[in-house]
Write a protein that binds this ligand. Structure first.
Ligand code: NAG
Ligand code: NAG
Ligand code: NAG
Ligand code: NAG
Ligand code: NAG
Ligand code: NAG
Ligand code: NAG
Ligand code: NAG
Ligand code: NAG
Ligand code: NAG
Ligand code: NAG
Ligand code: NAG
Length: 786
């Protein structure tokens, strides 16, 4: 007997009366009962809310016209129920009225928010031809009874939370053409009975924890066209041998498993278009036969242990039609063979992270995407074409020698150019003005290029990232940089550029990161009378130059990006919390972080930093620094700052590293700095400071050397030990009286600090980037703050 919710009580009886004329069918009632098994069956108390499946009601006539319902034209039996994006928010009960619809052929409940286990009574719907319960939140095991659905030709349970093994009873579904179990938590071996499904055309098992060998019985799957075993723990066994029997395969995906053998022979697979075996442990040479498969368009073998030279047999009739060839992160050696040029269809080639050497041959310049980074190539052959139409050229981290090739100027639509970490010499040619208008990313860092940075940026309006750091560039900054109004990161560090401070760059509305450190810049960074400020900057490094002069107390009032907490979502890429990830690259930089030169392989959007160290600034540190609430790193060391340390520093809540060493700062270290609970690196050494060191956990964790060489700091016993107190400390060995007031607050702060420490460590390990807490948390906070 059904339990009728009180709200529908009246409805229920009303409908009984209404429908005494038309005979109330069993089918219709089964549908209505099914609906009532879920919260959607309870009418919304708000009369203006259209509830889901509102068409499923007794006053709307023929149930065969209800949403998602199809009936057999003659018998009126429901044969198909196809629903998507209806939030059932409940589980299928084992006695569900759904199972009264014995004539169902098609049952699709996709993205329906179904929870709980799949009831084994589903196996009673013996006429089912298609069963699709994918993209729900189903848990538990796949019921054995599914093996009873002998008519099934398509079974999809993908994107749920199913556990356990694949039941071997699935091998009874001899009509099955399509089987999709991807993205669940299935474990164990694939039962050999799956090899009985000799009608299968599509088999998708990716994103589980399936392991062991692929059963030999798979050799029966003669019709299989798409086989996706990626993202599991498969280890192989006879699989390479079996593969040659799967002659109808057009797509084979083995990515991210533990296959550990020579690459399988697939040359008998005359329909194979897509072969992805990346992220395994395949070893040995790349079989030359792979390049004879006429049908093959995409070959992805990156991240394996392939070795030997790259050989392509071009003597046979019928060359390869490959378009995508990815062999990165292997151990390939030797030169790029000339025979590769015979693959005229080649569009995108990735050979990065191997041990290839020699010349980069000219024919490669016709490709659209060429990635050869992290090899040992020594030279570039001049292309035959005058205009190159490719878009992505990554030749970084090789051993390229000689002058910067002028014909790089033949690139007319390139968006990405990376020649970093090579040995190129000579000047950057001014003909690059022809190529720069399409470039989004240009990286020439760490070569030996000399001369001045040419005035080529007049049309560089797409440029987002320019890195010419660590070369030998001299002269002044070209004024045409003012046109780079999309540039987000400008890295000129480690050259010999001799210029005054580029105040004019402040009009670049997208500039977030400005790195001018270790050059020969000079003069003031402040001009009276002009409304100075970098509202958009998040990171500025002007360290180790000869900037001088004083900074007014209100110097930082316009640095808005650093003073607003969180990430400004109006300029954030929704897919990443790192800079410059939109076009398939990631911005990087190097910076002194906590006393160590650190390579940041990616730049967290929330990282805000000021490094003015190693210049000749004098006068007081501007009090307005305290406005930069979201600053993480402040380095003013190695200048000639005088006066007291501003107490406003205590307002930089998220500060993680503070270096004021090697200045002429006098007076006390402000007591409130003890409240900076995220700081893990302080340096006050080599100043004229005196008085008590604040008692905060963060202070107690510092090295003794962070306080050495001052006039008279006291209270260092806990930090330095009783025997070694670095300063010429005056005789007072006791804390001043007023210092005990803090003890209660200290306890609270310790608790807060401990909660954050794992996050800090974790962030550091992952990417040299310190993300405090989880990146997602910061991210969502960014949202909230806007
Ligand atoms: C019943 O279904 C009909 C047809 O879809 C619809 O117009 C009507 O509003 C529904 N009635 C209720 C009470 O939901
Ligand atoms: C789903 O049902 C649960 C109660 O079982 C309820 O707490 C939750 O809010 C519902 N979710 C939605 C999206 O309706
Ligand atoms: C289905 O079983 C549940 C208990 O599992 C019971 O409360 C409910 O009344 C049953 N419904 C029908 C239609 O039998
Ligand atoms: C449905 O199947 C279950 C077990 O799979 C069985 O116990 C039950 O009797 C069946 N119910 C009907 C109505 O056929
Ligand atoms: C279904 O499969 C199981 C396990 O593979 C097997 O034991 C059983 O005999 C099969 N049943 C039928 C009817 O084929
Ligand atoms: C696979 O197993 C590992 C270890 O038990 C677990 O951490 C991981 O989440 C599992 N993956 C899936 C997709 O279930
Ligand atoms: C697989 O192919 C080999 C030869 O290519 C053949 O000898 C063998 O019988 C085939 N296996 C099946 C199960 O078809
Ligand atoms: C091979 O696969 C295709 C789908 O790509 C399918 O249409 C065809 O029926 C299969 N051929 C054989 C012989 O099974
Ligand atoms: C810059 O772009 C303008 C307009 O597209 C074009 O007329 C001019 O020739 C370009 N200048 C250079 C140096 O490419
Ligand atoms: C800054 O340095 C320049 C030389 O680079 C010098 O002429 C000037 O007087 C200095 N200014 C101050 C305020 O020291
Ligand atoms: C956020 O970015 C937008 C667009 O660049 C800018 O208009 C706005 O002023 C920024 N907000 C803050 C707080 O910096
Ligand atoms: C710190 O910030 C608060 C609130 O913004 C302000 O009232 C206070 O004056 C600031 N302290 C210093 C020392 O600047």
């Amino acid at each position: 007997m059904m339990i009728i919710p009180s709200q529908s009580f009246f409805c229920f009886f009303a409908s009984l009366i209404l429908y005494t004329l038309a005979s109330p069918t069993f089918q219709r009632d089964a549908l209505l009962e099914f609906k009532k098994e879920f919260p959607i069956g309870v009418p919304d108390p708000n009369p203006f809310v259209v509830s889901p499946l509102s068409s499923w009601n007794t006053s709307s006539g023929d149930y065969c016209s209800w949403e998602g319902v199809t009936c057999d034209a003659n018998s009126g039996k429901v044969i198909s129920l196809v629903l998507r994006w209806i939030s059932f928010n409940g589980s299928l009960k084992s006695n569900s009225s759904l199972f009264k619809l014995q004539h169902l052929h098609h049952l699709h409940l996709v993205y329906c928010d179904l929870r709980g286990e799949i009831p084994s009574s589903l196996g009673n719907l013996s006429h089912l031809i298609e069963l699709d319960l994918s993209s729900n939140s189903l848990v538990g095991k796949i019921p054995l009874s599914i093996g009873n659905l002998k008519q099934l030709s398509a079974l999809s349970l993908g994107s749920n939370h199913l556990i356990g093994k694949i039941p071997s009873s699935l091998g009874n579904l001899s009509h099955l053409v399509y089987l999709n179990l991807l993205y669940n938590h299935l474990v164990g071996e694939v039962p050999s009975s799956v090899g009985n499904l000799n009608q299968l055309i599509l088999l998708e098992l990716s994103g589980n924890n399936l392991s062991g060998n692929i059963p030999v019985s798979f050799a029966n799957l003669k019709k299989l066209s798409v086989l996706d075993l990626s993202q599991n723990q498969f280890s192989g066994g006879d699989f390479p041998r079996i593969l040659s029997n799967l002659t109808n395969l057009s797509s084979l995906t083995l990515t991210n498993n533990h296959f550990n053998s020579p690459l399988p022979e697939v040359n008998g697979l005359h329909k194979l278009k897509h072969f992805d075996a990346g992220g395994n442990s395949f070893f040995g040479k790349i079989p030359t036969s792979l390049f004879k498969i006429h049908s093959l368009r995409e070959l992805y073998l990156q991240e394996n242990q392939l070795e030997g030279t790259l050989e392509i047999d071009s003597t046979t009739s019928g060359f390869s039609n490959l378009m995508y060839l990815y062999l990165s992160h292997n151990s390939l050696i030797g030169p790029i063979p000339e025979s590769l040029s015979k693959i005229v269809s080649l569009y995108s080639l990735d050979l990065s992270y191997n041990r290839l050497e020699g010349q980069i041959p000219s024919f490669l310049w016709r490709l659209s995407s060429l990635k050869l980074s992290h090899n040992s190539f020594t030279s570039l052959e001049k292309p035959l074409q005058v205009i190159l139409n490719g878009s992505h050229f990554d030749l970084g981290s090789n051993s390229l020698q000689g002058v910067f090739p002028r014909w790089i100027c033949c690139l007319r639509s390139a968006t990405f150019l990376d020649l970093s970490n090579n040995h190129l010499i000579g000047s950057i040619p001014s003909c690059l003005i022809n190529s720069i208008s399409s470039l989004i990313f240009m990286n020439l860092k760490n070569n030996n290029m000399s001369g001045s940075l040419p005035d080529i940026f007049i049309n560089a309006t797409k440029l987002q990232s320019l890195d010419v750091s660590r070369n030998q560039l001299v002269g002044k900054l070209p004024k045409s940089l003012i046109n780079c109004n999309n540039v987000g990161i400008l890295n000129l560090k480690g050259n010999k550029i001799k210029d005054t401070f580029p105040f004019w760059l402040k009009s670049l509305g997208s500039l977030r990161v400005l790195l001018l450190g270790s050059n020969a810049f000079y003069g003031p960074i402040y001009r009276p009378s002009t409304d100075f400020g970098f509202p958009t900057l998040r990171i500025i490094d002007i360290s180790h130059n000869s900037f001088n002069g004083t900074l007014p107390q209100d110097y930082f009032v316009n640095w808005l990006e650093m003073s607003s907490v969180g990430i400004n979502v109006t300029i954030v890429n929704p897919y990443s919390v790192y800079m410059g990830t939109v076009y398939g690259y990631q911005d990087s930089m190097d910076m002194n972080y906590k006393g160590v030169e650190t390579d940041f392989s990616r730049i967290y959007l929330g990282f805000k930093a000021i490094d003015f160290s190693g210049n000749k600034f004098e006068g007081w540190i501007p009090k307005s620094i305290g406005l930069l609430k979201d600053l993480r790193l402040l380095n003013l060391s190695g200048n000639a700052f005088t006066g007291n340390i501003p107490t406003s520093l205590a307002n930089i809540t998220y500060l993680e590293a503070l270096d004021l060493s090697r200045n002429n700062l006098a007076g006390h270290i402000p007591r409130d700095l003890g409240n900076l609970s995220f700081v893990s690196y302080f340096d006050f050494s080599h100043n004229l400071l005196e008085g008590p060191v604040p008692r905060g956990t963060q202070f107690q964790r510092q090295n003794c050397s962070s306080f050495e060489d001052n006039l008279g700091l006291v209270g260092l016993e806990d930090i330095c030990g009783n025997n070694h107190v670095p300063d010429a400390t005056p005789s007072q060995s006791q804390q001043p009286e007023d210092f005990s007031y803090e003890s209660e607050q200290v306890v609270n702060r310790i608790a807060a600090a401990i909660a954050y420490v794992p996050g800090v460590l974790c962030g550091l390990v992952i990417g040299h980037i310190f993300i405090r807490g989880q990146p997602r948390t910061r991210w969502s906070r960014g949202y909230m703050w806007k």
